[in-house]
Ligand binder design. Sequence first.
Ligand SMILES: [Zn+2]
Length: 238
Amino acid sequence: MRSLQKLPEPDILTRNKDAWTRSYAEAISSNSKAPNHWTHSEIRKQLNAETDRRCAYCDSHIANVAQAHIEHFRPRAKYPELVVAWDNLTIACPRCNNQKRDKFDEDLPFINPLHDDPTAHFIFFGDVIFPAGSNRAIHTINEIGLNNDDLVAARKRRIIGITRLVDAWRKAESVLKEGILEEIYRELHAGEHQATVKALLLTSGISLSNTRKTITVRTSTPIVSTLKPAGEFPVATS
Ligand SMILES: [Zn+2]
């Protein structure tokens, strides 16, 4: 999971949300087929842009062959009044969507990447996500299955790829070094499981607080000497 920034509400939704909320409620109360206005192409387009087509929960890329699920953070079965509320909509992969279903507990809400800082709730270490202490984090990991076998394997693949890049960068001569650094940074921002990759790079002593084009270390120590050999990066063995 990574922090997400809500983009502006699509015009089509602003113009129709009241009517769409009413028609949904009427359909539910009359036991007729409820309209799925939240799947409107303009809404989907904006949500895809907001998430880079990555799942709001597990941060996996949603393959082009799979239709991204438009996710109701508070499930529409329990909160029909939020069925097209812009702030309640995001993108989820089929796996997380199916795992979460209509679960939602107001006393123990899932970590919301649109409002909560995931790094304050989770510890991203190697290929596993640990709770940073809150019951909400434990609940989110367990109920959405953020450490299932597929996700752990996918994070491990990312770690191996990034570790190879860092190792190549460490050994490269100056001209090539710059190019590899840019590739590392591009990978971080464009790729899935970003929090895992970010934690890995920070473990290596690389500061990522600057612009996308620049990577510097936090101390005056030459960057090469602050990097650990690839084998020292944390990769859980389970
Ligand atoms: Zn997911």
